[in-house]
Design a protein around this ligand. Structure first.
Ligand SMILES: NC(=O)c1ccc[n+]([C@@H]2O[C@H](COP(=O)([O-])OP(=O)(O)OC[C@H]3O[C@@H](n4cnc5c(N)ncnc54)[C@H](O)[C@@H]3O)[C@@H](O)[C@H]2O)c1
Length: 254
């Protein structure tokens, strides 16, 4: 068991963010600051659990800089310092290449939001702290009808690499995780949309999707959380500016 730490996790109401929170909440002494746009969902989930760690929940729209500045003023007086920041909040949405509204929406949340939270957290970051950003395999690859999402996730990798250089003198590591096919509400939503477009059942689309994956299964949120735990561990102190894929082999397999 590692020594108690303060963690700030965005997008903690669902999916990967929730799985990360669940993982670190098993350690007594940890203090978890959980942020999400959907505060009722976050609070409902927390209320139904028994955690060893102490948990605080806050509503935050990571795309809204002004409201984040207010929130971080409160956090600064309450927290003292943050050891680990996990930027998991994000949205995915398909778009036509010329769709300006979608571009602004996706970039605002995924890229600007990750930057806003990180920059406001920096004055609170402890030396030897950890910043872990959720990018995507679409941070390395392109996909039809995904210009905004791909640009946002490529941008997160650039932000990760450059910030890692800025923070290296303080022994703060900054890394990106590149997930794909993680069994979360986001993936289920995408598959449901694909089933509608293809005019087939969701079960069929699930079977088709799994056939494309080398491991023949979706990855679970707790498997991504285990990767976050490694990056936040003392053993990973020398790992920085990296992009680690967790995709069941789909990104590099044939
Ligand atoms: N699930 C996958 O297969 C997959 C693949 C690649 C990348 N990712 C990335 O991993 C991260 C987590 O994805 P997930 O699958 O858990 O998604 P999810 O939709 O299941 O959960 C995302 C959480 O972020 C919150 N959120 C969305 N917009 C927000 C905002 N403006 N401010 C604050 N909170 C906001 C949502 O309320 C939700 O609780 C995302 O950045 C996503 O792009 C996921």
């Amino acid at each position: 068991m590692s020594s108690p730490r303060t963690l700030l996790i965005t997008g903690a109401a669902k999916g990967i963010g929730r799985a990360v929170a669940e993982n670190f909440a098993t350690d007594a002494g940890n203090r978890l600051i959980l942020l999400d746009l959907d505060l009722p969902q976050l609070q409902d989930w927390v209320a139904g659990q028994v955690f060893a760690a102490s948990i605080e929940t806050y509503r935050a729209d990571i795309a809204d800089l002004a409201s984040l500045q207010v929130l971080f003023k409160t956090l600064a007086t309450r927290l003292g310092y943050v050891d680990v920041l996990v930027n998991s909040a994000g949205v995915c949405d398909e778009n036509e290449p010329e769709d300006l509204d979608n571009w602004h929406k996706v970039i605002s949340v995924n890229l600007n939001g990750t930057f806003y939270v990180t920059s406001l957290c920096l004055p609170l970051m402890a030396d030897r702290g950890r910043i872990i950003n959720m990018s995507s395999i679409l941070g390395r690859a392109g996909k039809v009808r995904n210009t905004a999402y791909c640009a946002s996730k490529h941008g997160i990798i650039g932000l990760t690499k450059a910030l890692a250089m800025d923070l290296a003198p303080r022994q703060i590591t900054v890394n990106a995780i590149l997930p794909a096919w993680i069994d979360t509400p986001m993936l289920q939503g995408e598959l449901a949309a694909q089933a509608r477009i293809a005019g087939i059942s969701q079960e069929q689309i699930l079977r088709n999707a799994k056939k494309k994956l080398p491991l023949r299964r979706f990855i679970q949120g707790d498997e991504v959380a285990a990767m976050v735990r490694y990056l936040a561990s003392p053993e990973a102190a020398g790992v920085t500016a990296q992009s680690l894929m967790i995709d069941g082999g789909v990104g590099l397999g044939m």
